[in-house]
Design a binder for this molecule. Structure first.
Ligand SMILES: [Zn+2]
Length: 172
């Protein structure tokens, strides 16, 4: 059953969808606003955005696994589904995906299937990150000939949000 996408009903979604985002920093700013929504919903705060060739927002996502009872509802997956639905195509060859946390194996698989051109992420994930942390994307270069990856953009802000979330959860 397709879970209800709460994000699409929010003012932030309607405000930013199809808006042009000029810089990596502005894209990460939006990603972090989305991550804060996830935290508000008691989900691990990760946000993601997909931009098209003209740098317009065509997909947004937040981590949403708890609410949707769905282990695949990571921010990147939601943003890719959103973008693919909008484009009417599961291939997204001239897009860029921005995410606040280093993608996991599942999300990186979907990113490669979609042929996303470039991935930009904030904080490293030493437990499940497959760009540089647990695996290095150079190691699967044959799979990965479509996608370039850049980490550490707004790393501190992305990591601080996650730290604050886990600290407040431990305190409960
Ligand atoms: Zn993931």
């Amino acid at each position: 059953m397709q879970s209800f996408n709460r994000l699409q009903r929010l003012p932030i979604y309607q405000q930013y969808f199809f808006q042009t985002i000029d810089t990596d920093e502005q894209a990460m700013e939006l990603v972090l606003m989305l991550a804060e929504m996830a935290a508000h919903w008691q989900e691990v705060p990760v946000g993601a955005v997909v931009l098209d060739e003209q740098r317009r927002v065509i997909g947004m996502g937040v981590n949403h696994t708890v609410y949707s009872h769905d282990p695949t509802q990571h921010a990147e997956m939601m943003a890719l589904r959103d973008a693919s639905t909008f484009m009417g195509n599961y291939r997204l060859p001239d897009t860029q995906l921005y995410v606040s946390l280093e993608p996991c194996m599942m999300c990186m698989g979907a990113i490669l299937h979609a042929r996303v051109k470039r991935v930009v992420y904030g904080a490293s994930d030493p437990k499940t990150g497959v760009c540089h942390s647990v695996l290095q994307h150079e190691q699967y270069a044959q799979l990965n000939h479509h996608t370039s990856i850049q980490g550490g953009v707004w790393q501190e802000q992305s990591a601080a949000l996650l730290r604050a979330f886990f600290k407040s959860r431990r305190a409960k």
